[in-house]
Design a protein around this ligand. Structure first.
Ligand code: ATP
Length: 434
């Protein structure tokens, strides 16, 4: 893959309104980022693509939106209170803290010695209600999966899914990362798209393989460069105690090969643990006369922010167009924040503006993500749209109005990647942009 620098991606994201530092005017807040006007469109397109592909288009999946705040007993049962921690070391000299598994023997900042390694729990604690005693402590969820397991019985009792089936959820999660870094790769407030897919114990390998392929299908649909994606089968000695197999899907980010998504076979660990701790019967009985059983779970887990970053890194392209160097985002149509931009050739000619407005409003009816742009000259508008990754620009000129009668009601459509322009009838535009 060609080298793309993070500085260039971060600077384009800020300059063009994709992603800003969290609380920037106050000096920022480490590990938080805010999505701007185009960033939110890109992120929503990615989430909608996932939801459509894994929830709406399948008849073995349903969706859920559970509360971020949960009864703390759920996090005790899942093992997060005792075990959701990273090894922390502190430099004796400069006092900076690092994740022990991310550094060597000496402080990377000042070469100082490290103190002893200790476990640091990454859950954000918070207080529920007005009293400050222990009973009111809870946590911001560190993953969305917990909300799925605690609603297993509700979903089974209300919609009666047939085995095997899955529950999908998209939402925020919070992790007090020791060292947030690499832009939106490792943040403290993140968003996840997670699936718990419930199978019979003997079906797990087949289902695991299906989900492995589904993860690749999603990667392809987002436009993430597949040659940059690598599967890492987690070695048996590194597996969580309840997992029999885990694959990390790694991506060649500009700062190195790092985890993008995960796929884990979690056995019946979660349902059994929540069943034991809550007393609820988290089982399935789908054949009369047969005993109820606890399903096993395949868990594909996708970070939204890491997807956005991998999509940006895959789309970022530098080339030369008309003898000028340019940098642009080569998004596919599905994820592009703006599907097409509509321009009047000149903004001071009312008849051009009126016709362009008509075309703009017509397209917006079926595709809301259409942008109006009449700022500066055409060259500047193209540059701006290339940078935000708009696949096509549509210009309304005097020929559209009938100056050349044979071209009446046609417009120029300019392709982002090639810069080529062609004349098409207004009636064809809806097909071109969809
Ligand atoms: P890492 O080893 O990078 O800390 P993890 O193995 O702890 O990640 P999981 O607990 O498997 O990650 O979380 C599932 C997914 O959530 C990850 O594959 C990733 O896409 C995303 N994710 C996890 N932690 C973060 C974070 N701090 N910032 C952004 N995304 C994250």
């Amino acid at each position: 893959m060609s080298e793309v620098s993070m500085e260039k991606i971060i600077s384009l994201c800020k300059r063009r309104g994709f992603i800003f530092q969290g609380s920037e005017i106050y000096g920022g807040l480490a590990g938080t980022w805010d999505y701007g006007p185009y960033g939110i469109e890109l992120k929503n397109n990615i989430k909608q693509l996932w939801w459509r592909m894994f929830v709406q288009d399948r008849d073995d999946m349903v969706g859920l939106d559970a509360a971020i705040l949960m009864n703390p007993r759920a996090w005790e049962a899942s093992g997060h209170v005792s075990g959701f921690s990273d090894p922390l070391v502190e430099c004796k000299k400069c006092k900076k803290r690092f994740r022990a598994d991310h550094v060597g023997d000496k402080c990377p900042e000042c070469e100082g010695e490290f103190g002893a390694v200790r476990q640091f729990n990454m859950m954000f604690k918070t207080q529920i209600g007005a009293t400050e005693d222990e009973s009111s402590v809870t946590y911001l969820r560190p993953e969305t999966a917990g909300g799925i397991f605690v609603n297993f019985k509700n979903v089974v009792d209300s919609v009666h899914p047939k085995m095997p089936f899955g529950i999908g959820q998209i939402g925020k999660a919070f992790r007090n990362e020791i060292a947030p870094r690499d832009f939106i790769f490792r943040v403290r407030e993140l968003e996840q798209m997670e699936i718990e897919y419930f199978v019979r114990a003997e079906e797990w390998e087949k289902s695991f393989e299906e989900w492995r392929q589904n993860v690749h299908a999603f990667i392809d649909a987002t436009g993430i460069k597949s040659e940059g994606v690598h599967e890492l089968d987690v070695a048996p000695e590194d597996l969580a105690h309840y997992s029999k197999r885990t694959i990390d899907f790694e991506f060649d980010f500009p700062f190195g090969r790092k985890e993008l998504f995960g796929l884990a076979y979690r056995t019946d660990f979660d349902l059994s643990a929540h069943s034991a701790a809550s007393g609820a019967k988290l089982v399935i009985q789908d054949e009369e006369g047969k005993p109820p059983f606890t399903p096993h779970v395949i868990e594909p887990s996708f970070g939204v922010d890491r997807t956005v970053l991998a999509v940006l890194a895959s789309a970022y392209t530098e080339d030369e167009l008309g003898g000028e160097p340019r940098a642009y985002l080569r998004f596919n149509k599905t994820v592009a924040p703006i599907k097409a931009a509509v321009f009047p050739l000149l903004k001071n000619k009312p008849e051009l503006v009126e016709k362009a407005r008509e075309v703009y409003l017509m397209l917006k009816k079926t595709t809301p993500q259409i942008m109006w742009d009449d700022n500066g000259n055409i060259g500047k508008r193209y540059r701006r749209q290339d940078e935000i990754g708009t696949p096509v620009c549509i210009t309304i000129d005097f020929d559209t109005l009938g100056e050349n009668p044979s071209l009446k009601d046609t417009v120029t459509v300019r392709d982002r990647d090639t810069g080529e322009q062609k004349r098409v009838a207004i009636g064809e535009l809806t097909d071109i942009i969809s």
